[in-house]
Design a protein around this ligand. Structure first.
Ligand SMILES: NC(=O)c1ccc[n+]([C@@H]2O[C@H](COP(=O)([O-])OP(=O)(O)OC[C@H]3O[C@@H](n4cnc5c(N)ncnc54)[C@H](OP(=O)(O)O)[C@@H]3O)[C@@H](O)[C@H]2O)c1
Length: 336
């Protein structure tokens, strides 16, 4: 803590780009009823933070605010009525905002105790990408062992987590990536096959590649954090009764789908937005983290590669993500 009444925190005073994130003194926080005060040791930088900072996210905080979802740290105080965590507990705190700071307040119901062997940095690196992928696979796509899962954007945070989890859940995994230098990491995450998203005429070339490794069946499940032309192409690569889960639009364009195409192929397109599950089904999010941490303890998944930065480099880290220069996850160390 910088002073008795203040702490160091990243702040956004006006919506804009990564350049609008600056470091300053913010008022000291206190947990309200049902909340926990977290001493933040690791705060992941997420692609979605750029969308929040730009003022384009579905729920926007009031200005000024401190960005940062999913920090990991130690519970220091709890508010009235909190029974699931206590001071001293090591937790992953799924806050909506506030993570890029020395302290953060989160709903206690959204704080998940960490296994002793999982470091704060690794837990922070797993947050928001493993839970998102878990909900996409288990809840929206109803994954079954032996199915084939195509993960688009498999070099990204959500994509790599989806590759690891789909493998741990017993699927055959096809990793869709654009750059040759990301093939080895996708294989190391558990991909059985690489689908090259940089090929010409993606509308045909994606389906051709998927059909070539599935005996012309197609993929049972597509996990799509990219949207745009990749969504259009992946829809054509779905198997009969296939399910495509929309997670984001990192490639830029929000695509459309013709309803008759869904009918003719007996396929489903669903969407996932993890924040609502935290608000409406906290017990299912707790179940999600139990399985993720069990997979971790059993050695079936491992934390992503991480670049750590001091709190003062928050805008640099966000810029790395925007410019696609981050290899793996970027995590801030507010106490480093
Ligand atoms: N729905 C939810 O609840 C939820 C939760 C978390 C995230 N998301 C969304 O999911 C998306 C991915 O998030 P993330 O945290 O995984 O981001 P990330 O780690 O920055 O990864 C972005 C991925 O997108 C790829 N990509 C970016 N621009 C591209 C383009 N023009 N063409 C092809 N590939 C492109 C990157 O490929 P390269 O490696 O080749 O650059 C990388 O694989 C974002 O839109 C985010 O908002 C949604």
């Amino acid at each position: 803590m910088s002073g008795d009444q203040t702490m160091r925190a990243a702040q956004v005073r006006e919506f804009g780009t990564w350049a609008n994130v600056s470091i300053g003194e913010a008022p000291k926080l206190a947990p309200g009823a049902g909340e926990a005060l977290i001493e933040v040791h690791a705060a992941p930088l997420n692609f979605v933070d750029l969308i929040v900072v730009a003022g384009k996210y579905q729920f926007l905080p009031k200005l000024p605010f401190t960005p940062g979802k999913g920090p990991a740290g130690v519970v220091r105080e709890v508010g009235e009525g909190v029974t699931n965590v206590k001071p001293g507990d090591r937790v992953l705190a799924m806050a909506e905002i506030g993570g890029y700071a020395e302290y953060c307040v989160a709903p206690a119901a959204h704080c998940y105790p960490l296994p002793d062997t999982l470091s704060f940095v690794d837990a922070g690196a797993m947050s928001l990408v493993f839970d998102t992928s878990w909900f996409a696979l288990r809840e929206r796509a109803r994954i079954a062992p032996g199915e084939t899962v195509l993960v688009l954007g498999a070099s990204g945070g959500v994509g790599e987590a989806a590759v690891q989890l789909a493998k741990a859940m017993g699927a055959k995994v096809l990793a869709g990536v654009s750059r040759p230098e990301t093939h080895a990491a996708a294989r190391a995450a558990g991909a059985d096959e690489i689908i090259d998203l940089s090929r010409e005429n993606i509308n045909d070339s994606l389906r051709d590649q998927v059909f070539a490794v599935t005996g012309k069946r197609g993929a049972d499940i597509v996990i799509d954090p990219l949207g745009g032309d990749y969504f259009d192409a992946a829809l054509r690569a779905l198997a009969w009764r296939g399910r495509l889960v929309v997670i984001g639009f990192a490639a830029g364009r929000i695509p459309s789908v013709k309803a008759n195409y869904l009918l003719v192929k007996n396929i489903e397109v669903s969407g996932l937005q993890i924040s609502d599950y935290r608000k409406r089904r906290p017990e299912q999010v707790a179940e999600c983290y139990r399985e993720i941490f069990d997979f971790y303890a059993a050695g079936k998944i491992r934390p992503p590669r991480v670049t750590t930065l001091p709190l003062g480099e928050a805008s640099t880290g966000l810029r790395m993500i925007e410019e696609r220069k981050a290899a793996g996850r970027v995590v801030l160390l507010p106490r480093g």
